[in-house]
Design a protein around this ligand. Structure first.
Ligand code: OAD
Length: 362
């Protein structure tokens, strides 16, 4: 394997930058299924949604008729609970070493950003969950509002609808039948002029126009495929200089890091980010413990809950949401405020008790 990586390692050591072309296979180790793998892929698991054909779940015409299947899936795929893979952190190291030209991704899981890749370096070819719009009048709905609607099952089965025209609201992910973001084409016009290294990973290269990009790379470009199977132009028009690594994305991320002398840095980066991520998850758990009336480790968890809730209430996104949809958001605010007040009261009572005990021991 070492010798196969040699051309890539040499190019990087000469300071040549890489453009990445990513698909769902870079996120499977994070617990997100890909689309087309037999048995484990999302499309093989959608029988329960009674779709006419699996891709219908992401088809704009089907969504217009019946958005329930998409929203059933949306709960499972919504970003927030997944942690990036070693491959995502390798992208961050490429960026830190000034070896990253761009990341073109078909993924909507936003794990590239979570791993610390700058938004300016990422082209989300199939859109993302970062914003939402009504499919009819295009009115915007903020993510905070969308989440409130999605969880309010008693209103319209939890399907977010537009406050202006009652049309269905959809996250800005690109469905079959919709165009790709203009930024994709603009950036590709610039980037495709000069690409030294193209790394294609975790994609079956079946959905166009994305699938056509590796074929558009100049003949002088070093193309690398990291995938469980050989796909697309690497299969149909293999070039002599192509490097084909039929391995898992994470295994190859670690191998590249090792060959570049970045192994320890990658390990430390992942560990540090994991600790931060788990810290955040614990804060969320603290609110849940509070809701269920849990009693363990209260003072510390309560303080964390207070900090988190206060941060949320102070956030600009929350202010914007209040302005746009006072009724929904205000009821959520009231619930949050109740929780904060209860948490503060409990922390204060705990402190008083501590003071009393100290006095008694004197
Ligand atoms: P696919 O599911 O079509 O392809 C994923 C590829 O990654 C397959 O070739 C797998 O064998 C491979 N793979 C899976 N896990 C891997 C791993 N850990 N290491 C290496 N290889 C692995 O997913 P995409 O190509 O991303 O579009 O699909 C493209 C588009 O089709 C998606 O963006 C989505 C979908 O319909 C829209 O929804 C518009």
């Amino acid at each position: 394997m070492d010798s196969k990586l040699k051309p890539l390692v040499e190019a990087l050591q000469q300071g040549k930058k890489a453009v990445f072309f990513l698909g769902a296979g870079v996120s499977t180790s994070c617990g997100i299924p890909d689309f087309r793998s037999p048995k484990t892929g999302l499309y093989a698991q959608l029988e329960r949604l009674n779709l006419p054909y699996p891709e219908a779940v992401f088809d704009i015409d089907y969504f217009r008729d019946d958005p329930r299947a998409f929203y059933a899936l949306c709960h499972e795929l919504y970003p927030g609970k997944f942690f990036p893979s070693p491959f995502h952190f390798l992208l961050r190291l490429f960026q830190e070493k000034d070896l990253l030209q761009r990341v073109y991704t078909q993924n909507i899981d936003t794990l590239e950003q979570l791993a610390g890749v700058d938004a300016s370096n990422i082209i989300a070819a199939h859109g993302s969950f970062a914003d939402n719009h009504c499919i009819d009048c295009k009115e915007r709905m903020l993510p905070e509002q969308l989440k409130i609607h999605m969880h309010e099952k008693t209103v319209n089965d939890g399907i977010p609808t537009c406050t202006k025209c009652s049309g269905y609201v959809k996250p800005d992910i690109v469905f079959f039948g919709e165009g790709l973001p203009i930024e994709f084409f603009d950036r590709w016009d610039e980037d495709s002029e000069a690409i030294d290294v193209a790394i294609v990973a975790g994609t079956s290269l079946t959905v166009y126009p994305f699938a056509g990009l590796p074929a558009e790379c100049d003949k002088k470009c070093l193309r690398v495929l990291i995938n469980n199977e050989v796909v697309g132009d690497f299969k149909l028009n293999k070039r002599k200089s192509d490097v084909i690594l039929k391995k898992s994305c994470d295994e190859m991320a670690l191998a590249i890091a090792r060959q570049m002398g970045w192994e320890q840095e990658l390990e430390e980066l992942i560990k540090g980010e994991k600790d931060k991520f788990e810290g955040k998850s614990k804060k969320t758990e603290a609110v849940e413990v509070d809701e269920k009336g849990g009693k363990e480790e209260k003072p510390k968890k309560m303080e964390e809950a207070v900090t988190e809730s206060t941060e949320l209430l102070d956030s600009q996104a929350f202010e914007d949401a209040v302005e746009e949809q006072p009724a929904d958001v205000m009821s959520a605010t009231a619930k949050k405020a109740e929780k904060v007040a209860a948490a503060i009261k409990e922390v204060e009572e705990e402190k008083e008790l501590e003071e009393d005990l100290k006095k008694l021991s004197i």
